[in-house]
Design a protein around this ligand. Structure first.
Ligand SMILES: Cc1cc2nc3c(=O)[nH]c(=O)nc-3n(C[C@H](O)[C@H](O)[C@H](O)COP(=O)(O)OP(=O)(O)OC[C@H]3O[C@@H](n4cnc5c(N)ncnc54)[C@H](O)[C@@H]3O)c2cc1C
Length: 480
């Protein structure tokens, strides 16, 4: 608590200093609206505002646009380290890609490979044939054949309580804002099933106790809502040609004003007639209004004058993002042909979930491997230098798959939590946070407006980011 107060005090001192710093200075840019952050949500807002005749300055802290969309173009097939794929039902994203001439890659031909993975528990690979009778199998009697990664998602899609995705925010469903463990055990699952199926490779939060069922069920309902849509070539799921980063790049290129890269915003102050936005490089940007697209993990560090208040301030302080690390590997030879197993794996150890990327000329061609490490294992890796973390994950794969020994070349490693421009992946709503903060997190604060994936109400991920960009642009347009 003492630490928190000290940090808040420092931010407030910073905010006051920022106001003084702006007095009498000539700004580097002057526009109708400043958008903080050049990810999908900020760029969507900027495009819409510009299309309505406003002048917009986008300030982006990285040396590239796209934020949590990151395509590794130096690796064969340009695998994604961030936003990975999207459904044909992502109406906004599909429209943006079409309007800006970004090519789409239909993922349907490789879809069948997603379910082909090896299960590795307790340091051993367990075949699908062994699994139903295996001593580590804690699944209920009728589902002993089900693999741990598919069982809970299947049940949460089939028994989903929400009539529509946006119902996760309805007071009628507030009783679902409890931990995943409480929800699942209430549905008859055992703690052992929760530990096996959720806590190994948790998709949201570090474990089933620290994430709200309301949010996970929303994610499942959103995924189910994607069913039945098809793209222009009849596909159901896509990536963008040359990597998903092509989409934010095309969005940025379509803006009248070039995105200002390497402008890390440190403070936003309301001057009474507009906003002054301060960057770490000393530049000052002035506008009538500001749109902040940063996740709460970063909003909490902005010096805001006046400061956020009440539940909005509490949300900014406490809504965290997923801890997740990705290791991209190139196989020197297809070692899976030597041991006769699938290159993809789902493990309870450092290797996490390994997905074989199939981004070559044929669906059979494996272009690279991506390991996703999450939860407490990712927390441990975040304490190590990147090279050491990558080496430990490789060693774990080699332990599970002796045929992989000496065959894996590290092509890239990214900790989203250690990334100072993100401090985590997607927002993770903890039990009780949905009902407490969802109506406050994006509340207009004087001349400052908020967007970003975490503020989306009916869509998730990339489509959620675009939804929030639309919403915030209309919010601003209503006032100017
Ligand atoms: C590993 C991973 C896998 C994913 N998979 C999928 C998927 O399959 N499907 C899906 O739909 N979604 C997926 N997502 C989620 C999706 O990528 C995000 O929800 C979306 O890109 C978020 O966009 P945003 O605009 O809200 O935030 P961001 O992209 O984070 O945009 C915020 C921007 O602000 C910048 N910034 C940060 N601090 C400052 C500062 N102080 N000053 C100025 N600029 C700043 C950042 O650099 C960033 O560009 C995934 C994400 C990750 C990381």
């Amino acid at each position: 608590m003492a630490q928190l107060n000290r940090r808040e005090a420092l931010i407030r001192i910073g905010a006051a200093a920022a106001v003084l710093a702006g007095c009498g200075r000539r700004p580097t840019t002057q526009s109708d609206v400043i958008v903080i952050g050049g990810g999908l949500s900020g760029l969507q807002a900027a495009r819409l505002l510009e299309s309505e005749g406003l002048s917009v300055t986008v300030l982006e802290s990285r040396n590239r646009v796209g934020g949590r969309i990151l395509s590794y173009r130096h690796i064969p097939g340009s695998p994604e380290a961030g936003g990975t794929s999207f459904g044909a039902g992502y109406a906004r994203l599909m429209q943006v890609a079409q309007d800006l001439g970004v090519g789409l890659v239909n993922l349907d031909p490789i879809r069948n490979f997603f379910s082909q993975r090896e299960l590795a528990l307790g340091g051993r690979i367990i075949s699908a044939a062994e699994w139903p009778e295996h001593p580590l199998n804690v699944m209920p009697e009728p589902a002993r054949q089900a693999m741990p990664w598919g069982y809970l998602p299947m049940k949460m899609v089939m028994n989903n309580p929400y009539p529509a995705p946006s119902d996760w925010l309805s007071p009628d469903y507030a009783h679902l804002d409890v931990s995943m463990r409480e929800y699942l055990t209430g549905q008859g699952e055992t703690d052992a099933v929760v530990d096996l199926c959720y806590n190994n490779n948790p998709g949201w939060g570090n474990n089933a106790d620290e994430v709200s069922a309301a949010m996970v069920l929303f994610a499942m309902r959103f995924a189910a809502a994607q069913q039945g849509f098809t793209g222009p070539d009849g596909g159901s799921a896509y990536t963008a040609a040359n990597g998903n980063q092509s989409i934010p790049e095309a969005m940025a290129a379509s803006l009248k004003s070039e995105v200002q890269l390497e402008r890390r915003v440190t403070g936003v102050s309301d001057t009474g007639s507009g906003v002054d936005v301060h960057c770490a490089d000393g530049s000052l940007h002035r506008a009538g209004r500001a749109v902040c697209s940063l996740p709460c993990s970063l909003v909490r560090n902005l010096a805001m004058e006046p400061a956020l208040e009440g539940l909005q301030a509490e949300a900014a302080r406490s809504l965290d993002s997923q801890i997740l690390n990705q290791l991209h590997l190139i196989a020197k030879r297809p070692f899976w042909e030597d041991d006769g197993l699938s290159p993809s794996m789902w493990t309870d150890s450092l290797a996490g979930m390994i997905l074989a990327e199939r981004k070559g000329d044929t669906p059979e061609e494996v272009t690279s491997l991506t390991s996703w490490t999450r939860g407490p294992l990712a927390v441990e890796m975040d304490k190590l230098p990147d090279e050491e973390a990558a080496a430990r994950i490789v060693a774990d794969i080699e332990r599970l798959r002796p045929a992989a020994k000496g065959q894996l070349e590290v092509a890239a490693y990214h900790s989203w939590y250690n990334d100072p421009h993100a401090v985590g992946d997607w927002a993770v709503w903890q039990p009780g946070q949905v009902t407490r903060y969802a109506d406050h997190v994006a509340r207009q604060h004087g001349r400052v407006h908020f967007c970003g994936e975490h503020t989306a109400r009916a869509n998730r991920g990339m489509e959620g980011a675009l939804e929030s960009g639309d919403r915030v642009a209309f919010e601003v347009l209503d006032l100017v």
